[in-house]
Design a protein around this ligand. Structure first.
Ligand SMILES: [Fe+2]
Ligand SMILES: [Fe+2]
Length: 278
């Protein structure tokens, strides 16, 4: 099976495209057109137009989690599509999410910036599930990711606000997209907040495949310590990963280490980039 990926939004951009902190991928496989995340604001729609991609023809939108940099473009994209569109996400995607900084005194809203009603009025038809959702026989979401490794933790500055109180946000809604190919699963991550190895362990379990062919997306290692980066790379090797198009929140240091460990398989995936897998 051939998978075509067009990167609509990412922190950095190729010539002629707009870079914006966040992620949005347009994925074509098994006769489906899937929009995986929507970027922070207008960049995904804008870049899609430049790339000649007609978003009115998508089959569904998958939201990797509720963070603003993955969901901010959703309302405008739905308005432009102008018809009912399935949006697949975890039920916790609407949780009011914040970061707390400066000794927990400065709060910043980083959640999904629209209400469910607002999005439904623009045509969103939500499929909210903690379990995997099949989009085609070989395409599925992971559903909720079990946290198994002891070296992967959700960042401590992420919170959910309930009334006036903050509690630690475990980003339970963090889900990935799996496309199973003849050479192994391709796993698309948003931020990978639950830990990329936890995500890949779950993908292996769901597909019954010991090997993983590719990881594309953000893997949130930008503040990871050396031990976590090294253990992540060791697991990538054990899983026989061939392609790593990781960007967004992976961070420069971890990206450089991964590029060094996978000189053939690593590539920078920026807005405007297109590639075919396997
Ligand atoms: Fe992100
Ligand atoms: Fe995130």
């Amino acid at each position: 099976m051939e998978i075509k990926v067009s990167t609509l939004s990412e922190n950095t951009a190729l010539h002629g495209y707009i870079g914006e902190y966040g992620l949005s991928l347009f994925i074509e496989a098994e006769n489906k057109r899937i929009l995986f995340d929507t970027g922070l604001s207008f960049s995904a729609y804008h870049n899609a137009q430049i790339m000649g991609i007609d978003l009115t023809k998508i089959d569904c939108i998958v939201l990797s989690h509720g963070h603003l940099d993955h969901t901010g473009g959703l309302a405008e994209i739905l308005r432009r599509i102008g018809k009912e569109t399935e949006v697949i996400a975890h039920p916790d995607v609407f949780e009011p999410r914040y970061t707390l900084r400066d000794g927990q005194t400065q709060e910043k809203f980083i959640g999904l910036p629209y209400s469910r009603e607002e999005l439904e009025n623009r045509g969103a038809h939500f499929t909210l599930s903690k379990e995997p959702v099949f989009i085609a026989p070989h395409i599925m979401t992971t559903g909720e990711i079990p946290m198994l490794t002891e070296y992967e933790k959700v960042e401590s500055n992420l919170h959910i606000k309930d009334g006036g109180n903050f509690s630690a946000d475990k980003i339970a809604d963090d889900l990935s997209l799996i496309i199973n190919t003849e050479v192994g699963p391709v796993v698309f991550t948003g931020c990978g907040h639950r830990g990329v190895i936890n995500i890949l362990f779950h993908a292996r379990k769901l597909t019954g495949n010991e090997k993983v062919y590719a990881v594309i997306g953000g893997i949130h290692l930008y503040r990871a310590n050396e031990e976590r980066i090294q253990r992540t790379i060791s697991e990538f090797k054990l899983m026989g990963i061939q392609k790593l198009g990781v960007s967004h929140c992976t961070g420069f240091h971890a990206s450089a280490k991964i590029a060094e460990a996978f000189p053939e398989g690593f590539f920078l995936n920026n807005a405007g980039n297109r590639f075919i897998l396997p």
